[in-house]
Write a protein that binds this ligand. Structure first.
Ligand code: SAH
Length: 343
């Protein structure tokens, strides 16, 4: 059965009409789902018992089981491990910033992109998440914490562009003003650089921010750490980034995981200045999170700070990603691995 949260407002209206129900019911149901985050059709108390029964016979309303919540003593960051209805696990991380609550969600169970430094890809791709399963990460965190989520980053497990249709459906659903009504500006989709997906996203009419996981400034070096670089060159990527800006007016930001002895030299800085400078792209530096299986280390703190300062001197807007919840963290995707004991 399809999860009812999967349906857009228009689809819900059409399906209700097919059941001989009045169109205004769509507004009521949509609001129960996306504003009040109900977990059962019986909580939709302004619907007749008959309609509630009909809905429960035709749709599911999946709720993720909360397998584990880790709370950081340092900064209140919470890491959630959810058990999905088929027993698979995904993670979401809730961080508190001065401008509000930010949630990092997963888009797939596992990942097939094979980035060398990433824990989420070690066991390959298991399956895509549905838009409803992405929404449910947000909604169950709200139920658990009692607070609204103000921004969402799709930087958890998975490659959103590899699950394009569901990722876009998720964005359309959560930005619908009749439901959760999150501004597209408060959503970031992060991609390892699947060019056709980026080009397509540029045309969707969504105001979301795109983060590009660049991590290296030459194709040669990028190929060593990201298999996706065998498929798309940096030049092709930059064309897609330019198209994204042209079509959406949103500047793309570059993610750059700093790995000791791999991409932390002056030559790398010069390359980043070349790519980010003329485009006005923000560079987000992430000292690589060590993954035991990967043997990659973050550079010394002074190297990281110098890297940032040198970028700034060249006029690049650069930040070092705050290492939130380090005390509860493994690297990205490690909580799931711990539970699955994946190869
Ligand atoms: N697949 C998407 C989104 C998920 S990863 C993407 O590639 O962008 C989110 C970000 O964390 C990406 O920039 C990714 O490259 C980075 N990342 C993955 N593993 C990491 C690690 N061990 N240390 C630092 N950053 C990492």
């Amino acid at each position: 059965m399809k999860d009812i949260k999967e349906l857009t407002f228009e689809e819900l209206k059409t399906e209700l009409a097919a059941m001989d129900e009045k169109p205004f019911r769509a507004g009521q149901i949509f609001s129960w789902l996306h504003k009040r985050f109900v977990t059962d059709f019986d909580q939709m108390t302004d619907l007749s018992i008959g309609l509630r029964k009909k809905l429960s016979e035709n749709y599911s309303l999946t709720v993720h089981e909360l397998e584990e919540v880790q709370v950081s003593k340092a900064d209140g960051t919470r890491k959630y491990l959810f058990k999905l209805c088929d027993g698979e696990f995904v993670e979401a991380v809730r961080m508190i910033y001065h401008h509000g609550v930010s949630l990092c969600i997963s888009s797939q169970v596992g990942c097939r992109q094979g980035c060398r430094f990433c824990a989420s890809t070690l066991g390959g791709l298991v399956r895509n998440l549905t838009a409803a399963e992405m929404l449910e990460q947000v909604y169950s965190v709200i139920r658990e914490s009692g607070e609204r989520v103000d921004s969402i980053v799709m930087m958890g497990i998975g490659e959103p562009m590899d699950n394009y249709d569901e990722a876009v459906r998720f964005v359309r659903l959560i930005t619908d003003e009749r439901g959760y009504d999150l501004s597209g500006r408060n959503i970031t989709i992060s991609s390892c650089g699947l060019v056709p997906g980026i080009r397509k996203l540029a045309e969707e009419g969504l105001k979301v921010t795109l983060a590009l996981s660049l991590h290296a400034v030459s194709d040669e070096k990028r190929k060593k750490i990201m298999p996706v670089a065998e498929r798309f060159t940096i030049e092709e990527l930059m064309d897609a980034v330019d198209l994204y800006f042209e079509k959406t007016g949103r500047r793309v930001s570059f993610e750059y995981a700093l790995i000791a002895g791999v991409n932390d030299t002056d030559e790398d800085i010069a390359g980043l200045v070349r790519l980010a400078g003329s485009r006005g792209c923000h560079v987000n530096l992430i000292p690589v999170n060590p993954v035991t299986e990967r043997g990659m280390k973050e550079p010394d703190r002074t190297v990281v700070l110098n890297f940032k300062n040198k970028l700034e001197k060249k006029g690049i807007n650069a930040t070092i990603r705050r290492e939130m919840g380090r005390d509860i963290d493994g690297a990205c995707g490690q909580l799931r691995r711990k539970h699955r004991e994946l190869p």
